[in-house]
Design a protein. Structure first.
Lengths: 337, 378
């Protein structure tokens, strides 16, 4: 959880004649988006769906990565925020008849606002206490989703959630919707990439590394703590807004406390504080269990064992492992020269 | 590089397997094997495994052996959808499961779009009201069972007011929403409406609430373990009013767990290994022998689901996926045609089932059937 803050500027980017703002992370994002645009064409609907689910979860994990990995706030409410976004989008698109884009924006704004309100306790309490505050919030949201049947459908959930269209182009098919998810995820990742490189990102990291020094350098710690939490929550809201039309059905179970823990696991396993960490973490959390299905009833045990071994071998998650490997490779090459 | 070859070899094998398995018919069961639905899902899975073993031992369906695959849903709608999609991409002949209504709601459109029959264990009333022609139940729906309970409460128990105790999950909530209008219709007053949690350990407060309501009878609609805990708590609080339930309250597991406290509990039983039908009891013994515990109604449902698929296939005399649904819709499956169905079952046009059911009572630690109720539309 104490990953080095700057890691991204890969040496390759410096050698190529590219604009100064382009770095390895951005190149990876662009390349991955292009690959993910084309890759599912031969995969069948199941593979396509799992890829889309992976990207949607990645968005939620990106948000948590900002609050935990960059700003160091331990939140156990990410799944609850995702639930707020998912239910808001589902209700606005299927009951009110609003289009998806507006619902997406409202979901983000709503979770941002709720994040701000919930973030206030973060100013007074830290670490475990913040975890308890968010834990209580998470349980509260779950109870509202389950008990307020007139609004949320209760335990029966909401079904027939429409998928969006793009300038008249229907996105009902698995592949079309997958590509839509790829584009939205890419845009959200680029925004986060920009944010992390901006003075804001530096301030978030400063908060995590040494809040007292950050304050003495003139950083408004109160504002930045709040912002980190609210932006992280808004990403969960965006993820929820994608999740609802992807599954076309929601009930309270994917937004329960245990799912918040699972999202936390994805951040840590992927590498907290690395921009590409959430994608690797969500890959571990969403795709690995699906891939392990061949192991039959043992698959969750194998999955748990893999995650535990990974965290023992590399407490900084997969990104930390990759970074160490990369560092070794490049230092060898330079030594040979 | 070596790793790539291993992966490629594994993939190659996976692709070539179906070619080897031409003499098999593949059935995929998508069910809750972890998460909140694990107890129900494991019973359902074991029932299916038992049926598949029986059928394969007797030569399979139309000479083809059944290849059964179970996919866990983690009781999560998103994962359920992935698993059902995977089942269909892998060319399953029919989809079995899931059991919980939420995951069913998340996945039923996929089987419908693929025009493949999906046989589910869900009892919530809403499932069959969405015009899905490919969804079939394996038990009575709550909207079929509850009128029988209301009539029983009115005519036999002669209750003027009833306390309703239910578990707040899709099963319990569905039952509660179905019984309350029926009670109203029967002119029975709702004394108190008590919501409890799944996995709740202490029912003392709920029992006191029920006692203070002074209801003439108590309708208990909880899962097995919670039912037993409630019965014990009710006994401790000195509640003497009749406990009336539906299927779970009178189940073997509840009687075992509640001990003396279960005596006197009565109600309606849909599927039970204690029902006075030799085939049910036979199933119960086989299940007990194989898994070393008593099956609940979900085990029976899973068992019957496989036989519904078998019956439909043999009826149409070919392996036609869409045909399974077409054949099942509106059909009556008699035990003389297919003994594995255990009890004569009518599949209605919307996928609901109609069957005989029973009124029972717990006496001296045993479930005793007191009456057999006819089908709703005989």
């Amino acid at each position: 959880m104490t990953a080095p803050a700057t890691h991204s500027a890969a040496p390759a980017a410096r050698r190529l004649p590219l604009p100064a703002f382009v770095d390895g992370t951005l190149l990876t994002l662009v390349a991955a988006a292009v690959i993910l645009w084309f890759v599912p064409s031969g995969m069948g609907r199941y593979g396509t769906y799992v890829l889309s689910l992976w990207l949607v979860m990645s968005v939620a994990v990106m948000g948590l990565n900002l609050t935990l990995g960059y700003a160091g706030l331990k939140s156990l409410a990410q799944a609850a925020f995702m639930g707020i976004g998912a239910y808001a989008t589902a209700l606005l698109t299927s009951k009110v008849g609003l289009n998806w884009y507006a619902s997406f924006a409202i979901s983000g704004l709503l979770t941002f606002a709720v994040g701000l309100v919930l973030g206030f306790p973060a100013l007074r309490v830290k670490a475990h206490y913040l975890a308890f505050v968010t834990l209580a919030f998470s349980t509260l949201i779950w109870l509202v989703l389950r008990n307020e049947q007139w609004l949320t459908g209760g335990v029966f959930g909401l079904s027939n959630i429409p998928r969006p269209s793009f300038f008249g182009l229907k996105l009902d098919g698995a592949l079309a919707f997958h590509r839509f998810v790829v584009v939205v995820t890419f845009l959200l990742a680029v925004v986060l990439w920009w944010m992390i490189r901006s003075p804001w990102g530096r301030a978030f990291t400063a908060l995590r590394e040494n809040p007292i020094r950050a304050a003495s350098l003139g950083i408004d710690t109160r504002m930045y703590t709040l912002l980190a939490f609210a932006i992280g929550s808004a990403y969960a809201g965006f993820a929820g807004a994608l999740y609802a039309p992807l599954v076309e059905f929601i009930d309270p179970s994917p937004f329960s406390l245990s799912q918040s823990f699972f999202l936390l696991l994805m951040v840590v396993a992927g590498g907290a504080g690395y921009l590409l960490g959430p994608f690797i973490g969500a890959l571990l959390g969403v795709v690995l269990p699906e891939w392990l299905r061949f192991a039959g009833s043992l698959y969750l045990i194998i999955f748990a064992a893999i995650v535990m071994l990974l965290l023992i071998a590399c407490p900084q998650g997969m990104s930390g492992l990759l970074e160490r490997g990369w560092a070794k490779l490049t230092s060898k090459k330079e030594g040979a020269r | 590089m070596k790793k790539h070859w291993i992966i490629a070899a594994a993939l190659g094998m996976a692709v070539s397997l179906p070619a080897l398995a031409q003499d098999k018919v593949k059935l995929v069961d998508v069910v809750e094997l972890s998460g909140a639905g694990a107890t129900a899902g494991t019973n359902w899975k074991n029932g299916i495994d038992l049926a598949v073993a029986d059928i394969n031992a007797k030569g399979g369906i139309l000479g083809k052996q059944i290849e059964i695959v179970h996919y866990d849903t983690q009781t999560n709608p998103g994962n359920t959808r992935a698993a059902v999609q995977r089942a269909i991409d892998e060319g399953t002949y029919a989809v079995l499961g899931p059991v919980f209504s939420g995951p069913i709601g998340a996945s039923m459109q996929i089987a419908q779009r693929a025009e493949i029959a999906q046989l589910v264990g869900g009892e919530a009333a809403g499932l069959t009201k969405q015009g899905n022609q490919y969804l079939f139940r394996t038990s009575l729906s709550q909207s079929a069972a509850m009128p029988k309970i209301a009539k029983y409460l009115k005519d036999t128990v002669k209750a003027g007011s009833v306390a309703v105790v239910w578990v707040n999950n899709d099963f319990g909530k569905g039952g509660r929403d179905a019984i309350i209008p029926e009670l109203e219709k029967a002119g029975i007053k709702l004394a108190v409406d008590v919501s409890t949690e799944q996995g709740q350990a202490d029912f003392a407060a709920d029992a006191i609430k029920v006692k203070n309501s002074n209801a003439d009878a108590i309708f208990v609609y909880l899962n097995e373990e919670e039912s037993a805990r409630f019965l014990r708590a009710a006994k401790q609080q000195g509640i003497t009013k009749p406990m009336v339930g539906e299927t779970t309250l009178l189940g073997a597991k509840v009687i075992e767990l509640a001990g003396d406290a279960a005596n006197g509990a009565k109600g309606h039983v849909g599927l039970s290994i204690d029902a006075p039908i030799p085939a049910f009891q036979e199933f119960g013994k086989k299940f007990q022998a194989k898994y070393n515990y008593a099956s609940d109604h979900n085990g029976l449902k899973g068992y019957m689901a496989v036989y519904m698929v078998k019956w439909a296939t043999e009826k149409q005399k070919k392996f036609d996926k869409k045909g399974v649904a077409d054949t099942l819709r509106g059909a009556t499956i008699k035990t003389s045609e297919e003994p594995g169905i255990l009890i004569e079952t009518t599949v209605e046009k919307n996928g609901d089932l109609d069957r005989e059911s029973f009124l029972a009572e717990v006496k001296d630690g045993k479930q005793v059937i007191t009456a057999t109720l006819p089908k709703i539309n005989p």
